[in-house]
Design a protein around this ligand. Structure first.
Ligand code: SF4
Length: 247
């Protein structure tokens, strides 16, 4: 199918593919941690179309929305490839639920973090074991910290390179690409979910609200991260004050 991209989008795609090819060439094992959000759809398309040597994995925490699993299946069908799926350790999960209860993450930040640790971080550690670089869908406009980042940076926390092929993409670029390529995406995005995690810990947000406001909404804004990426501070909005006469 012939598709036409705007000059801006074509340039972004060119640069992102170049990054993926360079990383695949220069590093040993490169993996992409696919969150099945909208940036992931773009990266899946770029990797499986242009640099399929990069391994893609995702984590099924056991509490995902059915719409997220449907997206995984649609992506696999479209590209005729399998995404590696990591799950929480079964024994640890049984123990946590027995000791705390199935939905104990609502009770305290500590229990919420221990659930994220067990369902997300531990499988993530297994997934990246032995990798030299991991790819993320981080974009510069998402937060103040992300605005400072480089496309390829040493990641102290995991002791491997972190690669951000979409760093310069704006949200509109992501959606333009998804629509131009007619890529499948999570149907929850059309129902007010800009950021999608586990079903019990994600809800829709109102128009104009912080896209992350629907994640762990019962906690205060500072604690709302699962720990895979450093905490995000929104980019401060600078309101220009009217100038006084004579200044
Ligand atoms: Fe557990 Fe919620 Fe974290 Fe998912 S997002 S791992 S259900 S606390």
């Amino acid at each position: 199918m012939q598709i036409t991209l705007s000059n801006r989008l074509a340039a972004l795609v060119h640069d992102s593919v170049e990054v993926l090819e360079r990383v695949a060439r220069e590093h040993g094992r490169v993996v992409y941690a696919n969150s099945l959000g909208v940036e992931s759809v773009v990266l899946t398309d770029l990797i499986w179309t242009h640099e399929p040597s990069i391994g893609i994995f995702t984590i099924d925490t056991g509490r995902l929305h059915e719409e997220t699993r449907e997206l995984l299946e649609r992506l696999e069908r479209r590209y005729q490839r399998r995404m590696e799926v990591f799950h929480p350790d079964g024994a640890a999960l049984d123990r946590w639920i027995r000791e705390n209860g199935i939905n104990a993450f609502y009770e305290s930040e500590g229990l919420r973090r221990s659930c994220c640790e067990m369902r997300k971080l531990e499988p993530f550690s297994r997934a990246i074991a032995g990798a030299d670089a991991w790819i993320t869908g981080v974009r510069r406009e998402q937060s103040a910290e992300r605005a400072q980042g480089e496309v390829i940076e040493w990641d102290e926390r995991y002791a491997l390179w972190q690669v951000r092929p979409l760093l310069e993409w704006r949200e509109q670029d992501v959606w333009d690409y998804v629509h131009a390529r007619r890529l499948p995406y999570n149907s929850l995005h059309d129902k007010g979910y800009p950021s999608i995690g586990c079903a019990p810990c994600t809800r829709a947000v109102a128009a104009g609200e912080d896209p992350r406001a629907g994640r762990w909404w019962w906690e205060n804004a500072e604690s709302r991260e699962c720990g895979l990426q450093p905490r995000r501070q929104p980019i401060p909005i600078v309101v220009e004050q009217p100038r006084r006469a004579g200044c």
